[in-house]
Design a protein around this ligand. Structure first.
Ligand SMILES: CC(C)(COP(=O)(O)OP(=O)(O)OC[C@H]1O[C@@H](n2cnc3c(N)ncnc32)[C@H](O)[C@@H]1OP(=O)(O)O)[C@@H](O)C(=O)NCCC(=O)NCCS
Length: 154
């Protein structure tokens, strides 16, 4: 079973920081005092995490990571959607993140686009932006499964 758990700003992010440590090489840090951390479990085992915080007039997503052995099972997608849901709950006007070039496609799937006003160097993280009004968490969109029980009649 897949489950998500939130850690409020200023609380110990526990295993969410543990996943971060394994994926990115750093664990709990000062940013956790102002971030909501989310942790996704696969069968009670911590598998993915990410965080969201307010900075310079926008909500920022960061450190979205899935343990290497757990990738390709949509846990990254779920973590990303949970963070966007939190942004929506906070009536975010704008959501931002810095994406490594090799992961741009993962973020464009849900509407993020490179910020034309934030140029980046070759191979450097790309500043991406999504207006809050364009957050769309409808996971049925673009799905072509005809027999799915979630499909609404045309
Ligand atoms: C990027 C990452 C979070 C993806 O997690 P994941 O659980 O393997 O991805 P999912 O199984 O949820 O994939 C969901 C969709 O994204 C796509 N996707 C996954 N990784 C992608 C990538 N690097 N580039 C483009 N698309 C990608 C999948 O093909 C899938 O597409 P679909 O909806 O058409 O089927 C994971 O590879 C990771 O932790 N990478 C290292 C850390 C990192 O770079 N994080 C991002 C910067 S903060």
């Amino acid at each position: 079973m897949v489950q998500g758990k939130w850690f409020a700003p200023g609380t110990n992010p526990g295993a969410a920081a543990g996943v971060r440590q394994e994926v990115f090489g750093f664990g709990q840090d000062a940013l956790d005092s102002m971030s909501w951390n989310v942790l996704v479990y696969q069968d009670d085992v911590p598998a993915a995490s990410g965080r969201i915080w307010w900075q310079d007039g926008a909500y920022r997503l960061g450190d979205i990571g899935v343990l290497p052995a757990m990738r390709g099972r949509r846990l990254g997608d779920l973590t990303f959607r949970l963070l966007l849901f939190k942004a929506q709950e906070h009536f975010a006007r704008e959501v931002r993140l810095a994406a490594p070039p090799e992961v741009l496609g993962f973020f464009t799937r849900l509407g993020f686009r490179p910020d034309p006003f934030s140029p980046h160097g070759e191979g450097a993280p790309v500043e991406m932006v999504l207006p809050g009004a364009q957050i769309d968490l409808d996971s049925c969109k673009n799905c072509d499964r005809v027999s799915c029980p979630s499909r609404k009649p045309d």
